[in-house]
Design a protein around this ligand. Structure first.
Ligand code: IVH
Length: 686
């Protein structure tokens, strides 16, 4: 009987969908579906095809092992096909039991027979590699490709420090080592961080990577070895491909474990979590032990692998289709899942950094239920174009904060709104600003903002600022948490009773804290200024500002131009100081500190040589007799003038030399004073 139309249609739809996602995954290294979701569709197709063998088709995604080789790499036919391993669908401990039961049945073992010995390995989440050595020299490295034919990526694999380029003398004349190329989580985070910076600076064609495996795949298949080199990869060996027969100088192995230990002795990294496990119970114990440590491993794994240890038994068990019967992958909960975005909130960190965070429909990912995932910053949120209502891939691996890695575009509602970063701090209402060349918005209400409270107090209290002896992190945490203080000035309103009431605070220590607070009231302007924690104002800048202006009020009221007159103060610092004191909340805190009795000696503004041309705009044109254009410009700027490129009504002087053109005409037309070089020198002399 032929299959119902719905089944045919479903099979066609699944094949098309899987082809599409396999292409994104294997060829473009840019998946749109989490693996777990792909696997689910794949299994559904496998089951339908099994129920309806008449609908089988050689081009079904179920009929191939891996991806298509990329154009651009030479093709390599594997001497020994690179197979895949069957995945135990049951992620509970019982999965190990069923594998052991299957092996025993297939080997014809009775219950009374001794337990089978296995090797437990990690299932690394990278990409399979075949590395070939001839006469002890690395000659070729190839990806798995479709299992029969892979891509030659020798150059890129040579960049992996852990892969030996030469082998010791006792290695056989022909040796193919198989293992996993991967990127550690640390290297992945660093790479994405630097990609985000490049994107923030406007670099074209750069992207962040969804996960370490895709970053590794991208690096391995990078056609430019110089770029591949900047993408740090690692390697673990887990098996063999072709190897010289014993009569041709090859070794004789009896167990898989022996192979791994020999590979280690030849210089290949073999995970030290690899171990022998006898019988199902030890497999379960292994699965549990690794599961417990999964988050703290420095790299991603998606499960463990069990392999029958005896090579003779492996041969006896053989293969079914393209999977060995002697090995199985036993997975852990997926580290990527689909969920929906319910809202996008903006959180403010201790240092004032604003981070957009997606609020998610709760989803079980990487072993925990996740409801929040970071979108990092405005550019990232925009680039990924995450919108409320979207279906997204969430990743949580290790103790890294869960992250939205991509949107599933087909599932977007037509009315979903684009995210925009607020220009106001959601915690305190101060201005949020993004400086040039920076990826993050920051709240400028440092002294007042609830999110930055602890940080602000600690910064103010530190020895190099107003120096409140004994007021460290623990105490500040306690005081803020117990709501004894909420803003800086509250410190100076503390009474003995408040302090003694804190945990583990004896009366003597409480008195010491109060005495330190009292003492700190007498400070200096640079210390106070530094203590306010204005972004970009370090100790040196605070000293320069104090010396230049003499009084705090003058600094608070200074315009950006006036701030720019301070030595070493450039536009970024000037802007930051100006914005800080423009926030009414920050000014209020400063006033309160003063009224609580914090004082310092104020001085006179520094008597500097007055800048004779401050506020004047001057245009240079033509060739001067002795001064070059740059010399003249430097001298004018040093005297406080602004040197402009074109003449307007705002121009105060035009300095004209030989062959002055239209600028001179314009000056005459507008009645702007025109000087020659001598006139310029007179002007500079004040
Ligand atoms: S053994 C015949 N051992 O998992 C067995 N594979 O489908 C061949 N993998 O992409 C593979 N860790 O790259 C083996 N300890 C391990 C592994 C491992 C990760 C990957 C492998 C391949 C897939 C197997």
């Amino acid at each position: 009987m032929s299959a119902p139309v719905q089944v045919r249609e479903r099979i066609d739809a699944l094949r098309e969908l899987l082809h599409h996602h396999a292409h994104r995954y294997y060829v473009l290294d840019d998946p749109q579906l989490p693996d777990a979701e792909y696997d689910k569709l794949f299994r559904e197709l496998q089951e339908l095809e099994a129920q309806h063998p008449e609908l089988a088709s050689p081009d079904s995604p179920t009929q191939r092992v891996g991806g298509k080789p990329l154009d651009g790499f030479a093709r390599v036919r594997h001497k020994v096909p690179m197979l895949s391993i069957r995945t135990e669908t049951d992620i509970e401990a019982s999965g190990a039991h069923s594998f052991d039961a299957r092996v025993r049945r297939e080997l014809g073992l009775a219950e009374s027979d001794p337990p089978v010995e296995y090797v437990g390995e990690l299932k690394f989440d990278g990409l399979a590699m075949n590395i070939r050595y001839e006469n002890g020299v690395l000659v070729q490295a190839a990806t798995r490709g479709d299992g029969e034919i892979g891509e030659e990526v020798t150059q890129n694999i040579r960049t992996i420090g852990q892969v030996p380029l030469r082998l010791p003398k006792d290695a056989p004349p022909v040796l193919e080592v198989r293992g996993e190329v991967y990127m550690s989580r640390g290297d992945f985070e660093k790479l994405n961080e630097s990609q985000r910076e490049k994107i923030a600076k406007g670099a074209k064609g750069e992207k962040t990577f969804v996960n370490p495996r895709n970053a590794a795949a991208g690096a391995v298949r990078q056609l430019d070895p110089a770029i591949a080199r900047q993408r740090p990869l690692s390697f673990f060996a887990y098996g063999l491909g072709e190897i010289s027969a014993p009569e041709a100088g090859g070794p004789t192995f009896e167990t898989h474990f022996e192979i791994l230990m020999t590979l280690r002795s030849w210089g290949f990294p073999v995970s030290d979590r690899t171990q022998i496990a006898t019988g199902a119970d030890e497999l379960i114990a292994f699965h549990q032990a690794i599961g417990k440590d999964r988050d703290s491993l420095p790299f991603d794994i998606d499960g463990v692998v069990y392999k029958v240890n005896s090579l003779a038994l492996q041969r006896q068990l053989g293969f079914v289709s393209r999977e060995p019967r002697w090995a199985v992958a036993h997975k852990y909960p997926a580290q990527e899942q689909l969920t929906t975005v319910q809202a996008i909130d903006v959180q403010v960190g201790r240092t004032g950094k604003l981070t957009p965070v997606a609020k998610l429909a709760p989803v079980f990912v990487g072993g925990v239920t996740v409801t929040n995932a970071t979108l990092h910053n405005e550019d990232e949120a925009r680039r990924k174009d995450v919108r409320v209502g979207d279906t997204v891939i969430v990743r949580r691996a290790g103790d890294v904060i869960p992250e939205v890695v991509a949107v599933v575009p087909e599932k977007r509602h037509h009315d979903a709104l684009q995210f925009t970063m607020p220009r106001i701090c959601p915690v305190c209402g101060s201005d949020a600003v993004r400086e040039e060349g920076e990826a993050d918005y920051r709240c400028t209400g440092g002294l007042f903002c609830g999110a930055q409270r602890k940080q602000a107090i600690l910064h103010f209290a530190q020895r190099r600022a107003v120096d409140i002896d004994g007021l460290g992190e623990k105490l500040v945490d306690q005081m803020v948490e117990a709501k004894v203080i909420s803003t800086l000035p509250d410190l100076y309103r503390l009474g003995l009773a408040n302090v003694v009431a804190l945990d583990r605070m004896a009366e003597k220590s409480a008195q010491n804290v109060l005495a330190a607070l009292e003492k700190s009231k007498q400070t200096t302007l640079p210390r106070f200024l530094y203590g306010l924690g204005v972004r970009h104002v370090g100790e040196t800048t605070a000293k320069e500002l104090a010396r230049h202006f003499g009084k705090l009020d003058s600094i608070m009221d200074a315009s950006v131009e006036q701030l720019l007159e301070v030595p070493d103060v450039g536009p970024i610092v000037a802007e930051s100081v100006h914005t800080f004191f423009r926030q009414p909340h920050n000014r209020e805190v400063v006033e309160q500190l003063r009224s609580c009795g914090v004082t310092w000696e104020e001085g006179e503004p520094e008597a500097r040589a007055p800048k004779p041309l401050a506020g004047k705009t001057i245009v240079l044109t033509g060739t001067l007799p002795t001064l070059s254009r740059d010399q003249a410009k430097d001298m004018l700027e040093a005297a406080g003038a602004k040197v402009a490129g074109s003449v307007s009504k705002k121009t105060d002087y035009v300095v004209a030399g030989a062959e002055a053109g239209s600028k001179l005409d314009k000056a005459r037309e507008l009645g702007v004073t025109v000087l020659d070089e001598d006139g310029l020198r007179v002007l500079l002399a004040g």
